[in-house]
Design a protein around this ligand. Structure first.
Ligand SMILES: Nc1ncnc2c1ncn2[C@@H]1O[C@H](COP(=O)(O)OP(=O)(O)O)[C@@H](O)[C@H]1O
Ligand SMILES: [Mg+2]
Length: 389
């Protein structure tokens, strides 16, 4: 539904004091129809630039943006100076903002009517549509109120109703819940999820909160320095050894208790979440296992858990137990055990995956292991991809 190829944005403005700032650096994004896709990343990663380029509020420096089969970059104009074709294409893309962007001098209903006015919809049709939309977002009784009389969550509902005025197929949201308290955030996310399901709306949302991704996203991408460094379905990412997004979604802290120990991060999905694998592991190999950290959660309606455990002995000593965990359908990765892998980046190298157990330094032990236990299964593949540039 949304595809960008080689999207690049270089700013040179008063804001950057005449310097060139590369906010987007060759972004290839692919958002499927009907999904909720979250883009996460730290401040300055280029998230807002990406979303503003997707609806041509900003004209990309190079690259293309296709929304619902139409190449927007081929249409003339940008921002407020968009040509007719672009304005028309843009009416099928709704946009929700962090700070709501409501006109304080207009009533709630008049705010929702604004885009319809611009589209030239007649007074009566406009009024009817605005009331429908307010009903859809649960604000039917606030039509005559002014934004100043509403709570933050209510203002954002107005913002969402307004974004839906042109019957968009795509909704873009830039930190729509970042100015809201946790409870209101949940209710707004639920509303977005409902709209996604009831209207078949494709949602591309930008956030710096992992909680948002956990709650409503089907897919996610991690941005850093103007690039997408990881993307895929949330399920796929969670099943991908070494995925940074998976680790950030489920940070499990806990440092090794001393040298000569192996710290392993385990991810449980679906039915494996309810099996007593840890006690089986302890019994089968007669080893003592310490649990250093654990987190259980529901992602897209499915139970997912992560656990960080410590095994006695070196990595080489634990090839067989780790192989056992993987045989049980779990994802098991060697962690560096410093407990600090929650997103500072650049530590991928330290995360060896158990699938690589036959790496040269472990070859001897791995050979021995094969005699004693089933072969360590190959790394699971998942529809996630990592680019390392
Ligand atoms: N209009 C602009 N002029 C100059 N630099 C900008 C402009 N907008 C964003 N930037 C710069 O581009 C980079 C990415 O910004 P942005 O897309 O807002 O990131 P994010 O939304 O992830 O915080 C930052 O370095 C920011 O300072
Ligand atoms: Mg931003």
């Amino acid at each position: 539904m949304i595809t960008t190829t080689g999207l690049t944005k270089v700013y040179r403005s008063a804001r950057s004091r005449g310097r060139h700032v590369t906010a987007l650096d060759g972004v290839d994004l692919h958002v499927r129809e009907g999904e909720v896709f979250g883009v996460v990343g730290q401040s300055g990663a280029g998230k807002s630039s990406l979303i503003r380029c997707v609806n041509l509020l900003e004209r990309p420096t190079s690259g293309t943006v296709t929304v619902d089969g139409q190449d927007l970059t081929a249409l003339a104009g940008r921002g407020r100076r968009a040509g007719r074709e672009l304005r028309k294409a843009r009416s099928s893309i709704g946009m929700v903002f962090q700070h709501f962007n409501l006109l304080s001098s207009r009533t709630v209903k008049d705010n929702v009517e604004l885009p319809l006015e611009i589209l030239g919809v007649s007074g009566q049709a406009r009024s009817r549509r605005a009331l429908e939309l307010l009903d859809l977002v649960g604000l039917a009784d606030k039509a005559k109120a002014y934004p100043g009389q509403l709570s933050g969550g209510q203002k954002q509902r107005v913002g969402i109703a307004r974004a839906l005025a042109g019957d968009p197929k795509v909704l873009l949201s830039d930190e729509a819940t970042s100015a809201l308290d946790p409870e209101t955030t949940r209710s707004i996310l639920q509303l977005l999820r409902d709209l996604n399901q009831q209207l078949g709306l494709t949602v591309l949302l930008i956030t710096h909160e992992m909680e948002v991704v956990k709650t409503i996203c089907d897919s996610a991408a991690l941005m850093s320095g103007g690039r997408i460094i990881e993307s895929g379905t949330v399920d796929g990412l969670l099943a991908t050894p070494g995925s940074r997004l998976a680790r950030e979604l489920f940070p499990v802290g806990g440092a090794a208790s001393g040298p000569g120990r192996t710290v392993v991060d385990i991810t449980f999905h679906g039915e494996t979440a309810s099996r007593p694998v840890i006690s089986e592991l302890a019994r089968t190999y007669n080893i003592d296992i310490s649990i250093l950290g654990a987190a259980m959660d529901t992602v897209a309606g499915r139970q997912i858990g992560r656990m960080r455990i410590e095994l006695p002995g070196s990595y080489e000593d634990n090839v067989v137990p780790i192989g056992f965990l993987r045989e049980q359908g779990l994802q098991a990765e060697i962690a560096d055990g410093d407990g600090g892998d929650a997103g500072d980046g650049g530590d991928e190298k330290n995360h060896r995956t158990a699938g690589a157990a036959a790496a040269p330094e472990a070859a001897g032990t791995a050979e021995a292991a094969r005699g004693a236990a089933p072969t360590v299964p190959a790394q699971q593949t998942a529809p996630a991809k990592e680019t390392s540039k």
